[in-house]
Ligand binder design. Structure first.
Ligand SMILES: *Cc1c(COP(=O)(O)O)cnc(C)c1O
Length: 378
């Protein structure tokens, strides 16, 4: 037997209350009993989104919510601006292209945040842009983008702002209404401490106008259907009943802890992780816009990042993530989001130190753990 630690940017560990909720007997969804649950879930998720507008709960992974955003807002031939600074920014482009959207790509160097002024320039240069697709935390690089600054630019135009907050929601601050985010998408298996299987999507009044006007073909992810149903505390199709029951438990935890405290906890875990990497002589991949949910670290010269991740996982049961695509083998990513606390981080750093030592990397043993502990003692 071996104890496993999950320090990946989705899925993330589950609190016992969430696991217990999923073990309950199934109930029928067209009942007053489930209606009550759906109301609590919908109200609770609005608190996490920091919105008073509509938020829909979809039976899909996060990408389903991304696809819903594209097909509800845009018709084939429409133009969108895509901010592409990593694998998940690229996903927006792929979805848009699949649906015949005219994709204007704003390429951002991987590991850097987008400059809102570049978005401003592109919007001025092309008044046909109807939607700006952004990523809050670009999980592939560990970068957090300044959505507030981008929101300030987009809200003065006729374009709507779409934010992929799949990895950041409920872990780092995202003020949907105050920052002018028209459509925010998320998923269950990251900051929200649930298994994969739920997608979330919020819709502003400005976005609703575009959704109503869109001529695109849509069925399962037609948000007009979702809206009609939720106004009667219902869903258009069979919802993921068990996951929604579990969501209610996760939302109760979030509400009890309070968003501000949760953000502070994530900041502290990120600070500790970053301090540990520095103490180990390792370089962050995104030093200037490092997100508080996942830390990406350059594998040191002579150390194969893939092998490091594999050894930590297969020999010691500590799962972190490797690099994706062009970063494969070059970076590793330690996630600190959701149901993760100080001693999970210590275990992760301790295991990293052990495997780095075995792989021949030279450093002062224990220095990473010590640096993290010093942050936690503050
Ligand atoms: C995980 C993730 C996704 C993909 O979500 P799925 O649930 O795997 O479909 C998209 N964007 C970001 C930023 C993510 O972190």
């Amino acid at each position: 037997m071996r104890k496993n630690y999950l320090l990946t940017p989705g899925p993330t560990p589950l609190p016992p209350q969430v696991m217990e909720a999923m073990a309950r007997p199934i109930i029928h969804h067209r009942t007053p009993q489930f209606q009550e649950i759906l109301i609590e879930a919908t109200e609770g998720i609005k608190y996490v989104f920091q919105t008073s507008g509509d938020v829909f709960i979809l039976a899909s992974s996060g990408t389903g919510a991304m696809e819903a955003a594209v097909i509800n807002l845009l018709s084939p031939g429409d133009t969108a601006l895509l901010i592409q600074g990593g694998k998940f920014g690229e996903r927006w482009t792929e979805i848009c292209k699949a649906y015949g959207i005219n994709a204007e790509v704003l390429d951002v160097e991987w590991g850097k945040a987008v400059d809102f002024k570049d978005i401003e320039k592109r919007l001025k240069a092309n008044p046909n842009i109807k939607v700006v697709f952004t990523t809050h935390c670009e999980t592939s690089t560990g970068v957090v983008n300044d959505i507030e600054a981008i929101g300030n630019v987009v809200k003065n135009t006729h374009a709507v702002l779409v934010v992929d907050a799949i990895s950041g929601l409920g872990a780092i601050d995202l003020k949907t209404d105050a920052w002018g985010c028209d459509l925010v998408v998320s998923g269950s298996q990251k900051g929200l401490m649930l298994p994969p299987g739920l997608g979330f999507i919020s819709v502003s009044a400005k976005a609703w106008k575009m959704i109503e006007a869109s001529k695109s073909v849509r069925y399962y992810f037609d948000l007009r259907k979702s809206k009609k149903a939720i106004d009667k505390n219902d869903t258009p199709f069979t919802p993921a009943i068990t996951l929604i029951i579990a969501l209610v438990e996760a939302l109760r935890i979030i509400k009890q802890d309070g968003l501000e405290n949760i953000f502070r906890r994530h900041r502290k875990m990120a600070d500790a992780t970053r301090a540990a990497m520095k103490a180990l002589g390792l370089e962050l991949f995104a030093p200037t816009a490092a997100s508080d949910v996942v830390t990406s670290v350059k594998a040191p010269v002579g150390i194969d990042g893939e092998k490091l991740v594999k050894t930590m996982r297969d020999t010691y049961g500590v799962t972190i993530a490797g690099g994706q695509d062009e970063l494969k083998g070059k970076v590793f990513r330690i996630a600190h989001m959701g149901f993760i606390e100080e001693f999970d981080i210590i275990a992760g750093i301790s295991c990293l130190e052990k495997v780095l030592t075995q792989m021949g990397y030279k450093f002062q043993m224990g220095s990473g753990v010590k640096a993290a502990e010093e942050i936690f003692l503050k």
